[in-house]
Design a protein around this ligand. Structure first.
Ligand code: HEM
Length: 491
């Protein structure tokens, strides 16, 4: 028996002492168990309720706290308070993740990585919910559930099916840029510390004088980009499913704090309308030659969460958590996400998820008239629960949060606006042509391995022309590699 001490008495959840935590109560030695054993019943009942729904995507992840420090003056571009002084530090929480795998899935897999950042600013929490890729597979939010279904387990076979993955992509030419990125050398990061992060979408910055800019965020790892090839990843994931979690946790515990240099690209709003492709199209990057990187700060992770469930599993990021001086762009995908996340949190964590410590503001306090609901910890005491009121309750500021965006035209289900040079393939071709010979070879091998395992001929026939359209050499080499695999399978 462990020694008992008066200082630390085991109690029930109501605080009453527990007499025996090793033997449950019975009706006589060898007899049936008694329902009056509060410790037994409470323990079993709580255990049954330990899990909450996992995230529908990005279920598997790792998190850490740290800070963002402003290194360069950005006050000409945004009036965001946390960016207003060089040297200013803001506490952050960052959750990394894979996308398709369920909780417990392996870390070292070919999949985009989530890069979700919460800045605890003095003007409320700012969430920048990005990925380690500057682009995405689709450009309309109405496609997201179908796209994700095609990448996750099949409802009948219960496993991920290459046929589903490529069947969907064969109807989604705009995915080719992201596919080329994903099957290239950066597709399997060696760890979360060794990859870049991107805001991916275009956002809006507004300066104190009202000048507005479209902005894209880039987080460049100071550890260097390191990736795994397909063979190394297969070996690692078999040996250690938790490799990325282990790496991040151990590095921080040992005082090896990962950091990223943060840059932005800035486009004056007036330049968007005539830019040669749609600057709000999430399947495209802005070439640095057009919009160079401006360094703005440094992100450092230096503290592990004390409790993975409380702080990582219950972390809730919402792209609609902005602060004054930063706002959304008309990117349709972003607009869809402005709804989807807080809705997911209300389902998964409940309406009071913003009161959990990892999600609550830290540099300021939330003051509003939202009340009650399941799990309400902060009931705001005796304060009035309506507004306007004559009791000196919190009031609106009458200060616009972001700049207005001009709109025109008719309502309707429109495809994203195409500019003069818009098409689905040219940036995939540009990315391919940037690659070294070795990189091209590995890209072709990775793609051919995946497309070669597709069973249906029509899917393969639909998807290969996309690669030809991006670059003649890309298409020719991939077609030959896919045919070699399929012919060998038939032989
Ligand atoms: C319309 C398109 C999208 C929809 C509807 C969508 C929806 C969702 C939902 C419902 C979650 C789970 C949230 C939760 O339960 O906590 C999620 C997680 C996430 N999504 Fe998206 N997503 C979209 C596109 C994107 C894009 C383009 C990015 C990156 C640029 C992204 C990055 C993330 C990240 C990083 C997470 C995990 C956040 C965390 O660590 O808790 N998503 N998404």
């Amino acid at each position: 028996m462990p020694e008992t001490s008066t200082a630390k008495i085991l109690t029930t959840e109501s605080g009453a002492p527990v007499a025996d935590n090793q033997n449950s109560a019975q009706a006589g030695i060898g007899g049936p168990v008694l329902i009056q054993d509060q410790q037994l019943i409470e323990k079993l009942a709580r255990f049954n309720r330990e899990r909450i729904p996992e995230r529908v995507v990005h279920a598997r992840g790792s998190g850490a706290y740290g800070y963002f420090e402003v290194t360069d003056d950005v006050t000409p571009y945004t009036r965001a308070n946390f960016l207003n002084t060089v040297g200013k530090r803001t506490e952050v929480f960052l959750r990394f993740s894979t996308v398709a795998g369920n909780l417990g899935a392996g870390d070292a897999v070919r999949d985009p990585r989530g890069f979700a950042l919460k800045f605890y600013t003095e003007e409320g929490n700012y969430d920048l919910v990005g990925n380690n890729t500057p682009v995405f597979f689709i450009k309309d939010p109405i496609k997201f559930p179908d796209f994700i279904h095609s990448q996750k387990r099949d409802p009948f076979t219960g496993v991920q099916e290459a046929d589903n993955v490529w069947d969907y992509w064969s109807y989604s030419p705009e995915s080719l840029h992201q596919i080329t990125w994903l099957f290239g050398d950066r597709g399997i990061p060696a760890s979360y510390r060794h990859m870049n992060g991107y805001g991916s979408h275009t956002y809006q910055w507004v300066a104190a004088d009202g000048a507005a800019y479209w902005v894209k965020y880039h987080f460049k790892t100071n550890q260097g980009v390191r990736s795994l090839d397909a063979g190394q990843a297969a070996e690692l994931v078999g040996q250690d499913a938790d490799s990325h979690q282990r790496d991040l946790h151990q590095a921080i515990e040992r005082g090896i704090f990962p950091s990223w240099t943060v840059h932005v690209q800035l486009m004056p709003v007036a330049e968007a309308a005539d830019y040669r492709f749609n600057p709000f199209d999430l399947t495209k990057v802005w070439p640095h030659a057009d919009y160079p990187l401006h360094k703005i700060g440094r992100l450092v992770l230096n503290r592990n969460p004390d409790n993975v469930f409380a702080e990582v599993e219950q972390a809730a990021f919402s792209p609609n958590n902005f602060v004054p001086g930063i706002g959304p762009s008309p990117d349709k995908m972003l607009q869809g996400r402005l709804f989807a996340y807080a809705d997911a949190h209300r389902y998964r964590l409940g309406v009071n998820h913003t009161q959990l410590s990892v999600n609550a503001p830290r540099a300021t306090t939330a003051q509003n008239y939202g009340r009650d609901g399941l799990g309400a910890a902060n009931t705001a005491g005796r304060a009035k629960n309506y507004e306007p009121n004559s009791y000196d309750g919190p009031r609106q500021t009458d200060q616009a949060l972001a700049a207005p965006t001009a709109v025109h035209g008719w309502t309707g289900t429109h495809a994203a606006l195409a500019h003069a040079k818009d098409d689905d393939f040219f940036q995939a071709g540009e990315l391919y042509r940037l690659m070294s010979d070795g990189e091209k070879e590995r890209l072709i091998a990775n793609l051919a391995g995946s497309i070669g395992s597709v069973g249906r001929d029509d899917v393969v026939e639909r998807v290969l022309p996309f690669f030809h359209a991006a670059d003649a050499d890309y298409g020719r080499r991939l077609q030959a590699a896919v045919e070699a695999i399929r012919n060998a399978d038939e032989a």
